[in-house]
Design a protein around this ligand. Structure first.
Ligand code: EPU
Length: 356
């Protein structure tokens, strides 16, 4: 087992924040995790599981042992009358996996093209875009318990998926399928994820940006490849490419409010962008709220609010060769945004990335 010391983390987090891992082990298989658990030095020490680093804000050198997931492999593992079951290693790049499924004739993930990060991180926050969430295509996953070394599988109910949420984001107890279980935050390493991709594929439409592409291209029944290409084009037009400008995607969740709360906000701000959800509650566009508070394009130090999408915070600094925003600057900016949105609308925005 190779324990690398003082490893620069800037290339491994999409915000490109400068920090070091005091110790890091690359994980290509269960055996690599087991080797860590078999050493007296690391068996019981705190651990941090690193995927694509696209949903974290690093606030200083990382002291827990970093387990960098590099489990590879993509394959068709099963087939039912209704669906193909495709499995990918946790270390596979999410977008490359989506492209592979399309190239091999298993559509269904195209609305989630270009989401940064790895396959293993995708269930943690139940990634989603343009009307499809991971939980809609999820079959099961294999993970390893970082305390006992046991490998276990979870189905969708056991993952307790919510909006950008799952059992992997909680440390205390979590309700899954009406039952209380222990949260798996910092406890599990996701090795492989399986997806169920329906044979009777139907496009998921309805999002304004996609409807616009259909109208522009005079297409009524798009193919999965067309949706994939459009989603890539939409995202490239309004979201910064982390390879060029450091960022962690949407920085805050879209808040859910009651109809009464929404009516109150509409009375004061008739233009507020909102969507009615199936359970009767209403989702507000956090990007709109932040934009309305005048934050678009503003900065604190080298942390800034992206000019084309106020929900995305960016690193205006030097790029991958050092310098740039610190985690502290990002936190200060995030806090200032939360305060002004709270003072104007009475809503506390909840950050989406994890602070490390
Ligand atoms: N808006 C503004 N000003 C802004 C930004 C947005 O007025 O600066 C308005 C837009 O005009 C639009 C509304 O807010 O009417 C919503 O914006 P958008 O369609 O860009 O989507 P979003 O709610 O900001 C969510 C997800 C994205 C996902 C898109 C498309 C969250 C937190 N974000 O963004 O996911 O790609 O919908 O489905 O749910 C991510 O989680 O990292 C992410 C990028």
């Amino acid at each position: 087992m190779l324990v690398e010391k003082n490893v620069p983390l800037q290339p491994f987090n999409t915000f490109h924040i400068v920090a070091k891992a005091l110790a890091l082990v690359r994980i290509a298989s269960e055996a690599d995790v087991q080797a860590v658990l078999d050493t007296a030095e690391w068996a019981n020490s705190p651990k941090f599981v690193l995927g694509g680093g696209s949903n974290i804000v690093i606030t200083g050198d990382v002291k827990p042992l970093v387990l960098k997931v590099e489990v590879k492999g993509i394959r068709l593992v099963g087939e039912t009358a209704k669906a193909y079951i495709v499995e990918a290693g946790g270390g596979e790049v999410w977008h490359d996996f989506v492209a592979w499924t399309l190239a091999n004739g298993y559509p269904g993930l195209e609305n989630m093209a270009l989401i940064p990060g790895t396959v293993g991180a995708s269930p943690v926050q139940n990634v989603g875009a343009y009307g499809v969430e991971l939980q809609d295509r999820f079959e099961s996953l294999d993970a390893m318990d970082l305390q006992t070394g046991a490998v276990f599988s979870l189905n969708a109910a056991q993952c307790a998926f919510g909006y950008r949420d799952s059992v992997f984001k909680h440390g205390g107890s979590v309700t899954t399928g009406g039952q209380q279980t222990l949260g798996l935050k910092d406890r599990a390493l996701i090795l492989r994820v399986r997806f169920t991709l329906p044979k009777a594929w139907k496009p998921v439409l309805g999002y304004a940006d996609i409807e616009k592409k259909m109208a522009e291209n005079a297409v009524i029944e798009p193919t999965a490849q067309q949706i994939f290409d459009w989603v890539c084009a939409i995202r490239r037009a309004k979201l910064p490419d982390p390879a060029v400008i450091g960022n962690a995607g949407s920085f805050f969740k879209n808040p859910q409010v009651s109809p009464e709360q929404c009516a109150d906000i509409i009375a004061r701000e008739p233009r507020v962008v909102h969507y009615h959800l199936a359970d009767g509650s209403i989702k507000l566009a956090a990007g709109w709220l932040i934009d309305a508070c005048g934050w678009r394009g503003k900065s604190v130090g080298q942390a800034g609010v992206y000019e084309k999408q106020a929900l995305v915070l960016v690193n205006r600094g030097a790029g991958v060769d050092g310098g740039g925003a610190t985690g502290g600057e990002v936190m200060t900016l995030a806090k200032a945004i939360q305060t002004s949105v709270y003072e104007r609308f009475g809503i506390l925005l909840e950050p989406e990335p994890v602070f490390v």
